[in-house]
Design a protein around this ligand. Structure first.
Ligand code: CP3
Length: 347
């Protein structure tokens, strides 16, 4: 084992590790019975995220049950719009609903008040104290484009027609958004790091909605700028970027140009491409289809096997998107065992 014994952090820093690390996006959540018990103690999801005792417990639950190699802060990408003063509610069966910001005047009205996010930093400090030494603590934020999608459209169920219209017809307006979100996200991640986050992930969940040219302008450029500003202050903190849903070629441009330390890959990218064109640039994280974790059995086993056979050890085992609510606990337990038992394939 290396000096620090933290598999995820070591791999993110480009060190060789003896075992393939494992954690799952959305590893905390409603598929866990203990999460559902905890969730009813909060009046709503926003309060849940902003109550350090509850958020700490939610962060630790999947670590206790499954022993994942990383704990991800329990919070949400939409806490940034909340701290910008945008009205935000999580409605059952609908997901997040925000008061849409559709013009310059509304955008100018937003005022960044990071004090509202103080409970998040307290959660990180509390988690850090309880976490096993070998578990990496991850902070995160939404990337500017994905957060702008929710802020401009107000909800996500019907896609993001207004944000997409801005991307093609009103670039000045969207650029102004990028500037506001750059500054807020930079400060937010800086505070997460000060509070104990050892690495951070940028979720660009809606990167796949953009064409190639738009991807460059609204995903690559803002991500590169954010990482460079973050690295100027925190050179040692690794950044994972996850431009979900984009093409293989755009993934490659992203990993070559943004300065990410590790690339999160969704399950639509063929493993041979990941191995040949992405792992040759940086370590990758992903990309088991979350539906296969729901299904379990041989389809899941075969897919895990393919990942081990095809990807070299410069890899953090994860899903291609978050754990689904209907995922059986036994399948997660089996996945953990499969990954732990698998022999590293020679590179
Ligand atoms: O375990 C973890 O991964 C940590 C916590 C986490 C949550 N959201 C908790 C959450 C993280 C990293 C996120 C990121 C997030 N939030 C993203 C990016 C990743 C992705 O899924 O693409 C996005 C787009 C959001 C916005 C968001 N938050 C939506 C669309 C929803 C509703 C959908 C749903 O699953 O209910 C949420 C709510 C949310 N965020 C829940 C959780 C556990 C469910 C709320 C509940 O328990 O009632």
């Amino acid at each position: 084992m290396s000096e620090s014994d933290k598999l995820v952090l070591d791999l993110l820093k480009g060190k060789e590790v003896l075992q393939r690390p494992l954690w799952l996006m959305r590893q905390a959540g409603r598929y866990l019975p203990e999460y559902r018990m905890l969730r009813v103690q909060a009046k709503n999801f926003l309060d849940f995220c902003l109550t350090p005792e509850l958020a700490t417990e939610a962060t630790l639950q999947p670590i206790r049950r499954f022993g994942f190699d990383a704990a991800i802060l329990f919070a949400d990408i939409l806490l940034v719009p909340h701290a910008l003063g945008q009205d935000l509610q999580f409605l059952d069966g609908e997901g997040p609903v925000l008061e849409a910001v559709t013009d310059e005047a509304a955008l100018r009205n937003l005022v960044w008040n990071m004090e509202l996010l103080e409970p998040v930093f307290k959660t990180l400090r509390m988690v850090k104290k309880e976490l096993p030494d070998e578990t990496t603590l991850l902070g995160f934020a939404g990337a500017p484009w994905t957060v702008a999608c929710y802020m401009i459209d107000g909800r996500g169920r019907q896609g993001f027609p207004r944000a997409l219209a801005a991307a093609s017809q009103n670039p000045d307006f969207l650029q102004h958004f990028m500037t506001v979100l750059h500054q807020a996200t930079l400060e937010y991640l800086g505070c997460q790091i000060e509070a104990g986050a050892e690495a951070v992930q940028l979720f660009d969940s809606w990167a796949g909605l953009l064409d190639d040219q738009q991807f460059r302008r609204w995903v690559i450029e803002p991500t590169k700028k954010l990482i460079s500003a973050l690295k100027a202050e925190y050179a040692d903190i690794p950044v994972i970027g996850f431009p979900r849903g984009t093409s293989p070629e755009n993934y490659r441009a992203f990993v070559l140009e943004t300065g990410v330390d590790t690339l999160g890959v969704d399950n639509n990218i063929p493993l041979a491409y990941v191995r040949g064109h992405l792992q040759s640039v940086k370590p990758v994280q992903g990309n088991l289809d979350p539906e296969l974790l729901v299904q379990g059995g041989d389809p899941m086993r075969n897919a895990v096997n393919d990942i081990f056979k095809t990807l070299n050890p410069n890899h953090i085992f994860n899903l291609g998107h978050g754990v689904l609510q209907q995922t059986p606990l036994e399948h997660v337990a089996e996945l953990v065992k499969l990954v732990r038992d698998a022999q590293q394939q020679p590179a």
